[in-house]
Design a protein around this ligand. Structure first.
Ligand code: AMP
Ligand code: MG
Length: 267
């Protein structure tokens, strides 16, 4: 899975990165679905240990173009995990109150606590991408944010946070098919926003902004993974496996109790 990890300092041009690749899993959709269930169960077990050990914090950032599959990735990877151990946050357009503060204000309060996992569905990366494409702030303002973001994430990592960032990479054709599906199926209409159609016109600008954001902020402490996401099953298995491996690497153990409960008498 290392092939999808962006090494520090490398230049990412998303136009040259495959969104179709499926080389890291030998098997088809059915095998993947079965395997994903196993991974979700393992992640649930590892989260339980993480919570009990209270030694680390885990932050997972999900980004991607509209319809890339951020929501269903969260649903299918964490559907066995105890909700008490998760803080899942969607960052949409900032409110007036949020806009009145600095852009990391609304983000920082959701950074994970000891033993916890925070999942960001969109994140502070919107503040160097959508604001750039839609010209919501001047260039000098978003340019210097790469530096802030690296420093912010470094601080979180120094304080014991494991950070994993995933860009769900789909092609423009794949997005067309998914939007068309939402148009064709009435039960999916609610998922459509007018913005999905207007933002699609800025596809190339978004790809350029994402390429630079990823290049500028993939670090050893907070790496980006660009995950081929045209196949839904493949994207989920790849992300689940990286999360499983990262949690496993923490080696969280259940702590021994502060007293010996064997032989305790209950009255
Ligand atoms: P959705 O995830 O489909 O509910 O859409 C959320 C929308 O909020 C997307 O269009 C994002 O680009 C937008 N959004 C998220 N964060 C920001 C931000 N910091 N500034 C402006 N728009 C944002
Ligand atoms: Mg949307």
């Amino acid at each position: 899975l290392q092939p999808y990890r962006i090494s520090t300092g490398s230049e990412v041009d998303l136009a040259n990165v495959s969104s179709d690749d499926q080389l890291q899993f030998d098997g088809g959709k059915r095998d993947a679905k079965r395997y994903l269930k196993e991974l979700a169960a393992e992640i649930a077990e590892l989260q339980d240990r993480l919570h009990a050990a209270k030694k680390h914090r885990v932050l997972i950032v999900l980004q991607g173009m509209d319809t890339a599959g951020k929501d269903s990735t969260i649903r299918d990877i964490f559907n066995r995990t105890n909700p008490l151990g998760l803080d899942t946050v969607s960052f949409a357009k900032p409110s007036d109150e949020e806009l009145a503060h600095d852009y990391l204000w609304r983000i920082h309060e959701h950074a994970p606590m000891l033993g916890g996992i925070s999942i960001f569905n969109r994140s502070h990366y919107e503040d160097v991408v959508v604001v750039r494409v839609k010209k919501l702030v001047p260039e000098q303002v978003w340019q210097r944010r790469y530096y802030h973001i690296r420093a912010f994430e470094q601080m979180l990592a120094d304080e014991g946070t494991i950070i994993l960032k995933f860009f769900l990479h789909i092609s423009k054709d794949e997005q067309r098919d998914r939007l068309q599906e939402r148009i064709d199926i009435e039960e999916k209409h609610w998922k459509l926003a007018e913005a999905d159609f207007t933002e699609r016109r800025f596809w190339d600008d978004y790809q350029a902004a994402w390429g630079q954001a990823i290049s500028e902020t993939s670090t050893d402490q907070a790496p980006w993974y660009v995950v081929p996401s045209n196949r839904r099953w493949y994207r989920k298995v790849v992300i689940a496996e990286i999360i499983r491996d990262s949690l496993k690497a923490l080696g969280s153990e259940y702590p021994s109790p502060s007293f010996d409960p064997t032989g305790m008498l209950l009255t």
